[in-house]
Design a protein around this ligand. Sequence first.
Ligand code: IPE
Ligand code: IPE
Ligand code: MG
Length: 235
Amino acid sequence: MSLQEQIDLSKLPKHVAIIMDGNGRWAKKRMLPRIVGHNNGVKTVRKIVEFAAKLNIQVLTLYAFSTENWQRPKDEVSGIMTLLKTYLKSELNTLIENQVSLRVSGDISKMSDDIQKELKDAMDKTKDLKGLVLNVALNYGSRQEILMACKSLIDKGIKNPTEKDFEDCLYTRGLPDPDLLIRTSNEKRISNFLLWQIAYTEIYITDVLWPDFNEEEFCKAILDYQKRDRRFGKV
Ligand code: IPE
Ligand code: IPE
Ligand code: MG
C-alpha cells in the first residue's frame, strides 16, 4: 500500500500549518546562491498546495516570510519578493482550477504596492471558492499579531474579552486552530509562528529540507499525526 493509501481519510487534520525552512541550506549543500534554494522552495509550494487540495484538507497555512526575515541581506529579501510576485501571477489560474481560496496572515501594508495589488486581486478572485483555504503567512509575526489583537480589543471597547473576542482580532479569524504543525529542516523551534493558535497542535519536525519536501513526506507527517493520542488535557 502506498503512503497515501494508508491515510485514514476520516481522521485528516483540518488545518495543517507548515514552517517551510531549509531553502538556504539546500542551496548551500549545492554551492548555489540562497535564492536558488528559495526558487526550488516555490516548486515545493506548488506541489504541496495541489496535493493538500486533492486530499481535501480544509486549511493549509504556509509560513513564507516572517517579520524578522526583513533583517536578511537586501538582495535575498528582494529576491524572495520577486519570487512571491511571480508565484502569484503564474499560479492564480491553477488555484482557481483547484478551487483554492487564498488568504493572507500578516501585515501586507509593509510590502510593495505591486505585491499588495497581486495579493488583493488573487484573494478577490478566489474568495468564494469552496476548496482548500491557502493561508499564506507574509510579514507575519505572532507577537505582533497578539499585540494587534489587544489594540483592536481596546478600539472596540471590549474590557473583558473572551477567547472568541480575542480570536476574532487575529489574522486567522474564522479558521480552526492548526491540528498539525510541520517544520522542515530539523530546527526545534517555533520562530514566532502562531503562538496562540498552536496551543494544542501536534508538532512534526522532519530533517528534510523544504525544497526536498514532497507528497510522500507530507503523507508521512499525516500518518504520524494519525497515530497521536490527542488528549487536550483530559485523560
Ligand atoms: C526558509 O528557508 C525560507 C524563508 C525563511 C523565507 P531559509 O532561508 O530560512 O533556509 P535556511 O534556514 O537558511 O536553510
Ligand atoms: C521561519 O524560518 C520563517 C519562515 C519559514 C518564513 P527562519 O529560518 O526565519 O527561522 P529561524 O531564524 O531559523 O528561527
Ligand atoms: Mg531558516
